[in-house]
Design a protein around this ligand. Structure first.
Ligand SMILES: [Zn+2]
Length: 440
């Protein structure tokens, strides 16, 4: 049995709300308390449970059936009153856990004091394995490495980000755009996407870039759709990190707001500020700055085709999430969710897909111009087999009525070989498209 207790000013308080967030590494339980509160937490076995006792006549106000537990570690919740009148909340669990608790003071988004309890599964590996969405082997990359793009959907879980027209939440919009961008990159030979978050949970800002670094990312893109105090502000923008100061009032304002995300989303007690990272940052930031600006420009030009740009050039501000010293890093504002017209568009899957497509176009165009050494894209740029192999290939331009299997039969090769040579994943071909074919 493990007991944690925390003493605050002893005042009677109520539980006004309970939220549960499931991340790949832990479960976060959050209680909205009307006042800071004395509480006691302990775990029990067979079946596994976690018990939270709140002193005094605390009342449990939410409806138990309204607490969303689906797909979490928690299988049930009941409340009761102890002999000494303490409020007891018992959560049934699927596994044995180690709890860590903290109290967070009210902020702009949450007027309550929040008691957060992070449940770490015992006997589970603490560190989440880095799973890039696709492996090189899945694609036709001739053993050349893929370009890894880390896509960071801003906010998540306790931190909704900006909330706009009809309660559209930034965290939901940007996750959809991020997933669509990942899908497009996954289909393209030579690229592997990596999503820092895949669901509705919060990741501290520092951890986002750390995850990208652990995934060996060539580029880090954090995707947002923020609010501005002036609801007329609109248009998309691309930001790179500036250590010296912001390029405009809006960018300073946005960066300040973004940097508060950890206060809203909550950082677990295990997190500590990494001074070493900060020192390294100063040393090598300049090296990635040029690349950040130029990939940013390429994406901005593409986004300008579907939305008005907030500023015509890549902007600068001190975003904490961009502090990845060795990886070019960008923060993309896909629009202002505080602008009713833009919020309406951003909430539609049509526009989310269009936005993801232009970000994809911008970044692949950049990498085709500046492919990292040793990558499939670099090899392809140098002519692929044409550049290195001695075999002379034939080329064939597709005519109306052609199918891959007809062409394969005519040239006496397999459909698989045509696909491999041309980096095609399915049977879709277009009239006018030129196919490479092996030498006869
Ligand atoms: Zn944001």
């Amino acid at each position: 049995m493990l007991t944690l207790s925390m003493t605050a000013h002893f005042v009677i308080a109520d539980v006004d709300g309970v939220r549960v967030w499931q991340s790949p590494t832990h479960t976060r339980l959050v209680f909205d308390l009307s006042k800071p509160h004395e509480h006691k937490i302990f775990t029990l076995d067979s079946p596994y449970r976690i018990v939270v006792d709140l002193a005094g006549n605390a009342r449990f106000k939410p409806k138990i059936s309204d607490v969303a537990l689906t797909s979490t570690l928690i299988t049930g919740l009941r409340t009761g009153r102890q002999k000494n009148n303490d409020l007891r909340m018992v959560f049934q669990l699927r596994a044995d856990v180690e709890p860590k608790s903290s109290i967070q003071p009210p902020n702009k988004i949450y007027p309550h004091h929040r008691l957060a309890i992070d449940l770490f599964e015992k006997n589970a590996t603490q560190v989440e394995p880095i799973k890039t969405i696709n492996t090189v082997a899945d694609k036709v990359s001739y053993n050349k490495r893929d370009i890894i793009v880390a896509i960071d959907a801003g906010h998540g879980g306790e931190d909704p980000g900006a909330v706009g027209y009809r309660r559209t939440k930034e965290k939901d919009v940007v996750l959809k755009i991020s997933k669509e961008l990942a899908r497009l990159l996954k289909e393209k030979p030579g690229y592997t996407p990596y999503l820092t978050r895949t669901g509705d949970y919060y990741i501290p800002l520092r951890e986002r870039t750390k995850k990208a670094r652990d995934a060996n990312a060539d580029l880090f893109i954090s995707i947002h759709a923020d609010a501005f105090k002036n609801s007329r502000a609109h248009g998309s923008s691309v930001f790179v990190l500036s250590e010296r100061g912001a390029s405009s009032e809006e960018s300073r304002w946005l960066a300040e707001k973004e940097n508060e995300a950890d206060l809203v989303g909550g950082v677990s007690l295990g997190d500590k500020d990494d001074n070493l990272v900060m020192t390294l940052l100063d040393l090598s930031m300049t090296a990635t700055r040029g690349a950040s600006l130029s990939v940013g420009k390429s994406i901005l030009d593409r986004m300008g085709k579907i939305s008005r740009l907030h500023k015509k050039q890549v902007e600068e501000a001190g975003f904490m999430v961009l502090k990845a010293p060795d990886i070019p890093a960008l923060l993309i504002e896909t629009g202002f969710i505080s602008n009713p017209g833009e919020a309406k568009k951003l909430a539609t899957s049509y526009y989310q897909k269009k936005m993801a497509r232009e970000i994809y176009n911008g970044l692949t165009e950049y990498f085709e111009e500046h492919p990292p050494e040793g990558s499939f894209i670099a090899w392809q740029k140098n002519g692929g087999f044409n550049g290195s192999a001695s075999k002379v290939e034939q080329r064939y331009t597709i005519k109306r009525g052609d199918t891959l299997s007809h062409i394969a039969k005519r040239f006496n090769v397999s459909v698989g070989e045509i696909r491999r040579l041309n980096g095609i994943k399915n049977n879709r071909i277009q009239v006018g498209q030129t196919l490479k074919l092996p030498a006869s």
